[in-house]
Unconditional design. Structure first.
Length: 232
């Protein structure tokens, strides 16, 4: 049975952050990240830009890598996983188009950074991580930082989260060969899924819209490189 490491009150959609995003030693670096790496490359959604502006990426990496936290690179977080490049996080979030009333499923918690960004844009975020150590550390980090509308579960993302389905939005931060049917089944009519898909080093960033009648409309937004999505 999967373990639940973080379960904080979801009665409110607000995020009670203990961290105040604009008042720390990295605030200037974070602002440059947003303006030079993200906004300058075409990310225009003001809510996404604001979430990236106030989310403390340096607290989602090890102390030895904090000086690199706001550079335009993915960084290792252990166990063969990475924290994605800031632009990729912003791009995928903008493609996902989460709304304040949405319930979002994330496959691949990793450090918890993507979940932290999403938590400011959605009502609830449910995140699954297959590596127990990453699930536990991400859950603790998110709780310590006060992200109150995120639940992290250790488990197999290929199965989704049946007990909490359906979801308005689903995002994958690891690449399957093809999108698991279980995840498509857990997406509501009118919902959207964003995922890197492909068996090679270069994958297609795929957007799937489920119409009100259940039809799937699929298109590629571009090319990306993610770690493979693995079974439990």
């Amino acid at each position: 049975m999967s373990n639940y490491f973080l379960s904080v009150a979801l009665a409110t959609s607000s995020v009670g952050l203990l961290f105040v995003g604009n008042h720390d030693a990295f605030s200037s670096a974070r602002e440059r990240m947003v303006t030079e790496q993200i906004q300058a490359r075409g990310i225009y959604d003001s809510s996404v830009l604001q979430a990236m502006r106030v989310t403390p990426r340096h607290l989602f990496v090890s102390a030895s890598l904090q000086s690199l936290a706001y550079t335009d690179h993915a960084l290792p977080i252990g166990y063969g996983a990475t924290i994605s490049q800031p632009f990729i996080v912003a791009w995928m979030t903008q493609l996902l188009e989460p709304a304040k009333t949405d319930r979002v499923l994330e496959i691949g918690t990793g450090s918890g950074y993507q979940a932290a960004v999403l938590s400011q844009l959605a009502r609830e975020v449910y995140s699954i991580e297959i590596v127990p150590e990453l699930a536990q550390s991400a859950a603790k980090r998110l709780a310590d930082l006060g992200y109150r509308n995120v639940i992290v579960r250790q488990g197999d993302g290929y199965q989704g989260w049946v007990e909490k389905a359906p979801f308005n939005r689903i995002i994958l931060t690891a690449a399957p060969d093809k999108i698991p049917k279980a995840l498509l089944d857990q997406l509501i009519p009118g919902g959207r899924l964003v995922a890197p898909v492909g068996a090679t080093m270069i994958q297609s960033l795929t957007v799937v819209d489920k119409t009100p009648t259940g039809e799937l409309r699929v298109h590629s937004a571009g090319s990306v490189t993610f770690v493979p999505m693995i079974h439990e």
